[in-house]
Write a protein that binds this ligand. Sequence first.
Ligand code: ADP
Ligand code: MG
Length: 636
Amino acid sequence: MSESEKVTKREFKADIVKLLDIITHSVYTNKEIFLRELISNASDALEKLRFKQSSGVAVADAELPLEIRITTDKENGVLTIADSGIGMSEIELVENIGSIAHSGSEDFLKALGSDASKASSIIGRFGVGFYSVFMVARQVVLTTKSAEPEEAAWVWVSDGLGGYELILAEGEVTRGSSLEIHLKDDAKEYADPAVIKDIINRHSHFISFPILVDGERVNTVPAVWREPKTSVTAEQYKEFYTFLTHDPEAPIETVHMNVDAPVQFSALVFVPAKSEEFLGFQKLERGLDLYVRRVLIAKDATELLPEYLRFCRGVVDTEDLPLNLSRETLQQNAMLRRIAQAVTKEILSRLRKKAAADPEGYAALWKEHAKIFKLGYSDFLNREAYSELLRFDSSALDGPDKLTSLADYVTRAKDGQKTVYYLSGTSREALDMNPHLEIFRRKGIEVLYLYEPVDEFVLESIGDFKEFAFKSAEQAQAKDLASFDDAPDAGEAPAALTPEETTLFEGLLARMKEVLGDRIKDVRGSQRLKSSPSCLVAADGQMSSQMQRLMRMMNKDESAPEKIMELNPDHALTRNLIAIYGADPKDPFIDQATEQLYESALLLEGYLSDPHKMVGRINSILEQASGWYAGLKKGS
Ligand code: ADP
Ligand code: MG
């Protein structure tokens, strides 16, 4: 046979010529993606072979290991990528990378428009990733042998300009494809094994077939997420987690999903034992790493997790998306949204199971990640699951390390109680002393203790829980609680006011209102207090003081809100004031005491802006009291 008989020259399809013209003549910042595309093709070819083999069809060279072999020849500037995959017959060569139009090439050209520089970042999306090799190659020699036992081996040679040559391969060729890339002068670095290994580590580490660079295995961590759940050991999960996060501690929870419909994807998500924010990181833009067919597309894709689950780490891998999706379009991708929803549901469901089976473990998880998790109050789709996962400190618990769920609160509710009560404060100690809780303690009604500004938003946003409404303890009206009996250990009720005292008490309240003027909405007798003389309460329909504080902070308003002051008729101080008022309604001590009670209440609520006046008044009251006491001592 003569030379010309052995070689067939063929031309590329017109739009591929156009595409190649752009690829070979443009300047790119990330040429290296050609390697990702070629490894992805090799992996696809191996995947197809594996499928064929698993369906019992005979293949050529059945004993060949399934792997990708990369060899570098620095001296000659040649890089070779070989796989033992499905290979191509002559017809397939022409169809797949030659003359027959890829529907993708036209779309690619259209998407490219006049900006050739973005070719490298979008090429893989259009099923024309193979041609990216011409960003770095002056000549490509592709030798391929189909897995069909009868097919011959072919060599495909092209400089990426007008066309290519097809030659029947000589000598011994085994199944698969081998791509010999003769590098351009400005791309010689890709014949350096260190450079190649680095690119593989960044882009193709989890390809599930071994990748060998000059005989050395590079991708040592297999794509565990693609394996069936039953075949992955705890040790393998942990290893992958460590690789992913560099966290030496084992994760608290591992969620592994292999889903086929409606979208095909695998997900492997971990809940770290320690919050990263604890380590001093600021708010992290975490998400899940997105792989398409084991090729990394985007690290920390926030599209794959709602903000409140971003303490989780992990990966999603799908067959159903094109390679080389651009980061910008991830957000609009409906398929990704569906995956994110499925992943979210699964994480929540797993957390619920953990909370039920291992409450202490869940409490530990809560302690680490609650700060982020609480941001989920706006996820209405998963409101129920979210609500059940919330944990709180509460008046019914006996230690700072215990927590309650809303469901547990509900089981402890009184007969006829249809409200979950809560109160915001800076600490358990502060709340234990809050006068608003006195009536709740007396009646044995539980109150959730909230310590963070976001907590009230959480409860207000979820609105209700199992037909229980949420209400701040300071907004509870005495009549709301009247139907509940005092708890057995509430102690004896003090003697009621006589009719005469009651009239004087009314007068005293009016007098106090006069003293406080428009700083206060009203002064009234209290049924909620036991050991405190007075407190400030919100008028019906007003925001809780925590909410008001937040609003005021946002509006930079430092004045105290107008509230109602309640006076405990049973307190010794009140009884003394009634006596003083009875003797002289205009006694200046009443003014002083009223001011002091008001400011003490402001102080407890965090509104006292100027303590100087208050300290002055306390000193003056102490002076008077000590004077009387000294007189008393002298007289006795
Ligand atoms: P895509 O991978 O999106 O289909 P490419 O341009 O990367 O687009 O590849 C085009 C086609 O060429 C592939 O679909 C496949 O049929 C064929 N091909 C490329 N590389 C190989 C290979 N190493 N082994 C077998 N077939 C291959
Ligand atoms: Mg491809």
